[in-house]
Design a protein around this ligand. Structure first.
Ligand code: CDP
Ligand code: MG
Length: 736
């Protein structure tokens, strides 16, 4: 009972206050025009309970061609039955009764804002309805998702519902992975991928419909897409544009899209009890685990699954381990607890597990990042545990530093999370913070990403689309002008823009790469140092993230030794990554070799795929593939050409100071240089955990900075290094 605070609940139950949280309701869809003449909602709806609904879960990723195989085999007729079942299930979704009204609305209006509860069927059904209504005969139906995992899993689901093979009629496209074909008419993709498509097809001529889904997430790419698609609807009257969102701040979208009508899909919702903690939790991770176990032990098995929100993969892995450990201790005294982690980097085959039905007598606990807040719908959740945090990007335009910080969520997010428990029956939400926190400390809405991120990427993209006047670009919420200027400055420093802010040849080449501008610049610069072969391997390895090496708890020493092998000669982390890649290549991409060296084969395969694509892009920008494996200085200079703004010099106490915009930073303990502490380094990124750490670090000669980026660094910036006599870390460096 430690989480109950009945007094607070009664007084402050947010569900009582919000129109969005009506219980047990199913009503008529309303088409509402603009924010000014908002229609009253219909009250004369029927009262319907949703207790008959049972969904087939996505277990098979590929559909079967039923027409062809039905007569031939028992498997095929089973598949046919499954397909029929799926078709019936489609009809039980909240959106289904409004199919005709929706199609009519799309027919009558060019732009529509669609609002509906998560799980009502917007993402999976609307593109299918439009396909069935013939829109796909005029062009593709594109649907954007903020998250890779959502794009893939939804496409897989829809291909099943249509009984087609994923990648044929239904496909998806995410960065470095294109699962579409000539046949594809329903295309799910990340918002970032649609942005890139503008580069090749500025009017999106091959599309008849664009659905910008999960618009409420307000990712950077979605916000930029808004401006671009709004623009093209003006000269492409045949293009239909749907903006769909899970929350009810639809008026804002409508206002932005010239008072586009709002189509509301009435939700079905069961009551959710909200429980707060009496006092703030010092350790939310532990509190979350304890709460999950309490629920599991005290509530009858089979009455519903648990969904816990964490901030990231590490937390989820820790929680998974702890839960396994503690339930093992309880042995057979408790019902089986099936632990299902879900986060963006989870391998696809493991993702499917969360959609599998929970066996009789067991309970599922889903450990999820924000991804389960709105992008993914998991059926059968009755309990939600919400620690109240998520990892958020934040950006300091003054220093140009970006960091991922664990930040309190907004009220809107907290309500979305709570709502995940009331989808198929009455739910319970355990907030691991106090009611006072909720009402007084949480912001109403999450700040859109565009206002808290580095904009260099987007600015380069817009510049390559010929959009020069960024200060007057039609942003829904404009980014801080400081951040725009910072982005322009960086692109100028990277020589992607000239003095007048116009795209240079280097900038044009850089924009071809779906990478951060500093990485793109590193690749473009590799031409000069004739090491493009090595540099694209490094870029691919860096793009995979920090999942190359693994370090099992019981074999840490072996794993560390294996890792240090690649660091021999203190070559730095970039070259170590290169060595990993080329050694793997030499073994003909052996899986065994990966096992022996404590390297994740899955990450390596992904790096190989990315590298292949980068190789293709090199050809496109006419840079020859040239190798210079033994000249580490050349490779390091190419790296420096992209990352010179990320340079740091050592201080007396072994910490570092960034050269521009001085800030104290440290070499990440996982770096091969963590014990070496070179005088000057260039780093890939900063991560803030207990300290501000540089991750992926390489030693640098300070004179390179002046040689490579004379417009950015002057001699005075690197002077202490040229006066070699001075002992390490002393002299001017301290005064700066
Ligand atoms: O987009 P919205 O949140 O409105 O709903 P949706 O994603 O279209 O999901 C509708 C239903 O499809 C969910 O309730 C799930 O039962 C099912 N679904 C699934 O089983 N597997 C997926 N990968 C996606 C959806
Ligand atoms: Mg959706």
């Amino acid at each position: 009972q430690r989480y109950r605070d009945p007094a607070a609940e009664e007084k402050m139950n947010p569900f009582a206050e919000q129109e969005a949280w009506e219980e047990h309701q199913i009503g008529k869809a309303t088409l509402q025009f603009g924010s000014k003449n908002k229609k009253k909602k219909d009250d004369d709806y029927e009262f319907v309970f949703e207790d008959q609904i049972e969904f087939i879960k996505a277990t098979v990723m590929e559909g079967v061609n039923v027409e062809q195989d039905a007569v031939q085999s028992p498997e095929a007729s089973a598949a046919k039955t499954a397909l029929e079942k799926l078709q019936n299930d489609r009809k039980t979704l909240p959106i289904y009764p409004y199919r005709e009204q929706l199609l009519q609305a799309v027919n009558d209006h060019q732009v529509i804002v669609i609002v509906g509860e998560t799980g009502s069927g917007k993402t999976t059904q609307i593109p299918q309805y439009l396909h069935e209504a013939g829109y796909s005969e005029r062009g593709k139906i594109g649907c954007t998702q903020p998250r890779r995992v959502a794009a893939m899993s939804v496409a897989a689901r829809v291909s099943q519902e249509l009984g087609v093979k994923l990648g044929h009629e239904v496909g998806y496209s995410i960065r470095f992975e294109d699962c579409t074909s000539e046949k594809t008419v329903l295309k799910y993709m990340t918002d970032g991928m649609l942005l890139r498509e503008f580069l090749g097809e500025p009017d999106l001529a091959s599309y008849s419909v664009i659905m910008v889904d999960e618009a409420h997430e307000r990712t950077l790419s979605t916000d930029v897409l808004f401006g671009l698609v709004k623009d093209i609807t003006r000269f492409r009257p045949d293009l239909k544009l749907l903006i769909s969102s899970a929350t009810l701040d639809a008026e804002k979208f409508s206002d932005y899209f010239d008072s586009a009508p709002i189509f509301k899909i009435p939700g079905r919702r069961f009551p959710v009890d909200i429980h707060y903690t009496k006092a703030p939790e010092a350790d939310y991770l532990d509190a979350a685990i304890v709460t999950a176990l309490q629920i599991h032990v005290t509530q009858p098995p089979g009455d519903g699954d648990i969904l816990v929100f964490f901030t990231g993969q590490e937390e989820i892995e820790t929680a998974e381990e702890t839960l396994k450990h503690r339930t093992r201790g309880l042995g057979t005294k408790i019902a089986e607890l099936i632990i299902c982690p879900i986060y963006a980097n989870l391998p696809t085959e493991l993702q499917a597990k969360i959609f599998e039905p929970t066996p009789e007598g067991a309970r599922k606990v889903v450990l999820a990042t924000n991804i389960a807040e709105t992008s993914l719908t998991i059926d059968g959740i009755k309990y939600v545990i919400d620690p109240g945090f998520s990892k958020m990007k934040s950006y300091n335009p003054r220093t140009g530093m970006e960091s991922l910080l664990v930040t309190p969520i907004s009220k809107a997010s907290a309500n979305q999370r709570a709502g995940r428990s009331g989808r198929t029956g009455p739910g319970q939400c355990f907030r691991l913070y106090t009611a006072y926190n909720f009402y007084h400390d949480l912001e109403d809405n999450t700040v859109p990403e565009i206002q808290r991120t580095n904009l260099a990427n987007v600015v380069l993209m817009l510049k390559s689309l010929g959009i020069n006047d960024l200060l007057n670009f039609d942003f829904m919420d404009p980014p801080p002008s400081e951040a725009l200027l910072k982005a322009l400055e960086l692109l100028y420093a990277l020589s992607a823009l000239n003095k007048h802010g116009e795209l240079t040849k280097i900038g044009r080449r850089m924009s071809e790469f779906p990478l951060d501008p500093m990485l793109s610049k590193m690749i473009v610069a590799s031409e000069k140092y004739t090491c493009s072969d090595e540099i694209i391997s490094i870029a691919a390895m860096l793009s995979v993230g920090n999942s190359i090496f693994y370090r099992p708890k019981d074999k840490q020493v072996h794993a560390d030794n294996a890792r240090l092998n690649f660091h021999m000669g203190n070559v730095g982390d970039h070259i170590a990554l290169l060595k990993v890649f080329s050694s793997w290549k030499e073994t003909n991409f052996s899986t065994q070799w990966c096992y022996e060296n404590y390297i994740q084969v899955r990450s390596m395969k992904r790096a190989r795929d990315i590298r292949d694509q980068l190789e293709g892009l090199l050809e496109r920008v006419e840079i020859e593939l040239s190798s210079n494996m033994n000249d580490f200085d050349a490779i390091k200079k190419a790296i420096t050409s992209g990352f010179f703004p990320h340079s740091a010099k050592i201080q007396k106490n072994g910490s570092y100071r960034t050269v521009k915009h001085p800030q104290t930073v440290h070499i990440h303990p996982s770096s091969g240089l963590a014990q070496v502490l070179p005088r000057w380094v260039v780093y890939h990124e900063l991560v803030l955990t207990t300290k501000e750490y540089m991750r992926q670090v390489t030693e640098l000669k300070p004179e390179w900075l002046v040689e490579i980026a004379p417009h950015f660094y002057q001699m005075k910036d690197v002077e202490d290094a040229t006066t070699k006599k001075m002992p390490r870390g002393e002299g001017r460096a301290l005064k700066d």
